[in-house]
Design a protein around this ligand. Structure first.
Ligand code: NI
Length: 138
């Protein structure tokens, strides 16, 4: 197969065993697949730091009963329209709301949006999931 290269990796036994356990746990069928994913993950991380366009999602969990909180979260999102593709609101239970904000664009601006949302008082948990638009990834 053209375009495919093979290379050997030297690892100490303990690290190799730990990696194999991890592979099994994550249901990879072989080491190559797992290593390819790790390499892609690292390249995506670099793209996030240096690239000009990235994609991802910001998720936040917050108290449904604090109405002023929803206003703040909405205000912030209006300030970042440039990088927000969509937002989905899920009523998790009687008390909690989950908001998933899909983002695409400048990495620094996306990070700034995530930081602003995280800083809102009463937001219980925030994650920024970093992905890529896929351009330039094999
Ligand atoms: Ni809700």
């Amino acid at each position: 197969m053209s375009g495919l290269i093979r290379f050997g990796i030297s690892l100490d036994k303990e690290l190799s065993e730990q990696f194999d356990q991890r592979i099994k746990h994550k249901a990879y069928t072989n080491r190559s697949e797992a290593i390819r994913d790790l390499i892609r993950q690292d390249l995506v991380h670099q793209e996030w730091q240096e690239g000009d366009e990235v994609a991802g999602a910001v998720t936040l969990i917050y108290d449904h009963h604090k109405r002023e909180l929803l206003n703040k979260i909405t205000d912030i999102q209006h300030d970042f329209q440039q990088v927000i593709i969509s937002a989905q609101h899920v009523h998790l239970d009687h008390h909690n709301c989950l908001e998933i904000v899909a983002v695409k664009g400048n990495p620094a601006m996306v990070q700034h949006l995530a930081d602003r949302l995280k800083a809102v008082k009463g937001v219980r948990h925030t994650t920024l999931s970093m992905s890529t638009t896929g351009k330039g990834l094999a």
